[in-house]
Design a protein around this ligand. Structure first.
Ligand code: UTP
Length: 251
């Protein structure tokens, strides 16, 4: 298994500091957040890690320059997450799994990637999307999972995925399970991304390509990981990440 970490985004929600430091390199204790994400991928079994950066984020290249399992590719224009992922397509062969970890999403309290790899192995190599429960009043901020067969789910459960609904209203939400920063996808995703048209915000969205793949009956599971996603892409989220990381990991 190889991993892919998109870290080329503009970081506009965290300006002005992101004009000099990529948000992915903000410290969590003594280490950059991105290093914790790289470690998650390695301990989940990733043998090679591709980090997608932009020209303004050379600090990332410099920091990881001594690491033989890390490759850097560039996204020259910030056309969205799906477009960033596509820039790494040459590293992944047919039938391989692509473990995608968002560079600004720390998952505290578990190794979500490792658990997802186990779910995939137990389900014939299906693609797996990590998710977590969110309060109903916040479903409109996320991609929300629609289960193929509804049942009461808890942390640590996996379920067959029927669809993902982007930012639904409370009334229209098919569940309270939000897509949460970790994806283990069949490399077929690159075929879908290659002709993916721009969606919400004029950006090429990874979710749109996943939805088309699900509609084509590629097997997909959702997995509710036993931890919490902390979005370090904005000041409040970053502060919460620091507090919860210290509380959970003691450092
Ligand atoms: P976000 O949407 O949270 O990042 O993408 P952003 O675009 O930097 O956010 P703002 O709105 O400007 O603050 C989630 C992850 O995908 C990467 C980001 O670096 C982040 O780690 N990303 C996003 C890319 O690599 N390229 C893109 O074009 C967009």
């Amino acid at each position: 298994m190889k991993a892919l970490i998109p870290a080329a985004g503009l970081g506009t929600r965290f300006l002005p500091v992101t004009s000099v430091i990529p948000k992915e390199m903000l410290p969590i204790g003594s280490r950059p957040a991105l290093e914790l994400i790289v470690e998650e991928a390695r301990s989940a079994g990733a043998t090679e890690i591709v980090i997608v950066i932009s020209e303004g984020k050379e600090l990332i290249r410099r920091y990881f320059s001594g690491e033989s399992d890390i490759k850097i590719v560039y996204q020259h224009e910030q056309k969205g997450l799906g477009h960033a992922v596509y820039q790494a397509s040459e590293f992944f062969g047919d039938g391989e799994k692509v473990l995608i970890l968002l560079g600004d999403a720390l998952v505290v309290g578990c190794n979500a990637s490792k658990a997802m790899a186990e779910v995939s192995a137990a389900n014939g190599g299906a693609s797996v999307i990590g998710c977590e429960r969110v309060p109903l009043e916040r479903v409109s901020r996320y991609g929300i999972m629609k289960m193929a067969h509804e049942f009461d789910v808890a942390e640590g459960d996996a379920f067959e995925l029927a669809d993902i609904v982007e930012k639904p209203s409370e009334e229209d939400a098919p569940s309270d399970l939000a897509v949460a920063g970790r994806y283990l996808l069949d490399s077929k995703i690159f075929d879908f991304l290659s002709d993916q048209i721009a969606g919400v915000g004029g950006e090429i969205q990874l979710t749109d390509a996943i939805r088309r793949m699900v509609a084509c009956k590629y097997p997909f599971f959702g997995y509710i990981y036993r931890g919490h996603r902390q979005d370090i892409g904005n000041p409040d989220g970053y502060f919460n990440a620091l507090v919860s990381y210290r509380a959970k990991e003691g450092r």
